[in-house]
Design a protein around this ligand. Sequence first.
Ligand SMILES: Cc1ncc(COP(=O)(O)O)c(C=O)c1O
Length: 465
Amino acid sequence: MSTTTTTKMSPRTQSRAALPPSNHKPAPYSGPTRDEIMAVRKEYLNPGIFAFYKDPVCIVEGHMQYLWDETGRQYLDAFAGIVTVSVGHCHPKITQRIQEQAAKLVHTTTIYLHPTIGQFAKAVADHMPKGSNLKVSYFTNAGSEANELATMMARMHTGRGEMLSLRNAYHGGSQSTIGLTAVGTWKFPLPVVNNVKHVAPGYCYRCPFGLTYPSCDVKCARSAEDTIKYETSGEIACFIGEPIQGVGGVVTPPPEYFKIVYDIVRKYGGLCIADEVQTGWGRTGEHFWGFQNWGVTPDLVTMAKGIGNGAPLGACTTRPEIAQTMTRKIHFNTFGGNPVSMAQGLATLEIIDEEKIQQRAKEVGGYLKNKLLELQQKHSLIGEVRGLGLMLGVELVKDRQTKEPASTECAEVFEQAKNRSLLLGKGGLFGNVLRIKPPMCITKADVDFMVDCIDECIDVAAPGK
Ligand SMILES: Cc1ncc(COP(=O)(O)O)c(C=O)c1O
């Protein structure tokens, strides 16, 4: 394998949208070529690992909201490595803290005492709503593990097995979290490993009952009771839901949705789990946790992605009496709570507070949402703009009356944006929702570029729409 770059500069499509320059100068790249990287990946990695774009992008450096490929070309990251980089790529303070920790101690496991795990757990508890007693954390390496643990605790605590999740949900790719997930594209045809029933989501744009809010009386939420009565024994262990569905296409429920569902679940003796893997850490702007937007307090909260700004880190936080169930057997996670991830998580949380990241998500997210709503006036392709803070979605439709999903057009906008140095996300069952969830350090100048770029890409992908 050569050590010099031979790949040609990937051309940036001429665009009227101007990418704000970064004062960060990426180091000259001297690793294997892009073609070599592709060849090795093809030969030695499981083919189930997929890459975005017809011509995948090779990223070799990141700084705050920007990324650079092997040719030195700069991109605006509007997807944050799938909603994971919360405060910026290689944020200098986090890099310093990782380096300091890695030079001292990389691994111990929780069988020995170490200061940072407790400090981080306390910091997480301090960010929970006052009076909630959501205090005790178990650290994992990912969101799927955190959801496995939360549902296991809920089942152990209630002594029941049946669970509810939402249709259009994504809760992970492990065997049991695939059971909680309810977007067909992400479900492998496995024998059932979990006893899960799915409740209608609060997806007003595509109402599962064909009704209109608010005259619908939020039937989607109320239907949870029918699901319990008809499809379970009536003795449910728990309900798990994302406050805003991420993978499902930034589906944002009506404000009273979760309150109605939580009340029903509790009436039947179940515990409520909020999957904050995407919505946590201030991303929704107004509140630190997504569930706070809906005026509910869960019994267990799961988190990952943005909590570590890129570290393999997840957690489940709950009340002490629920956490107590974990003492009934021995449970162990080799890397959960390791010193490096803990240092990274703690530093991330400190930066969120110091740099007022949540406030920024609110302000810049509000500015972005308004601009996207303006764009909706111009392009009939945009069926709906939704979401909160810096967790936004743009659902594309071929026809506003029929709402036929514009999946091909969405894929084309996505490609065209990459060619103009904008990396977006994409989701929804039909792959017709642009997902915009950038590192929360993004500026209004970045937003101006992003919206100009999407405008231009729609003109190319769906002329006249
Ligand atoms: C809401 C939600 N929960 C859980 C997960 C699973 O997290 P991980 O991929 O870290 O296992 C994801 C991942 O996308 C997610 O979006």
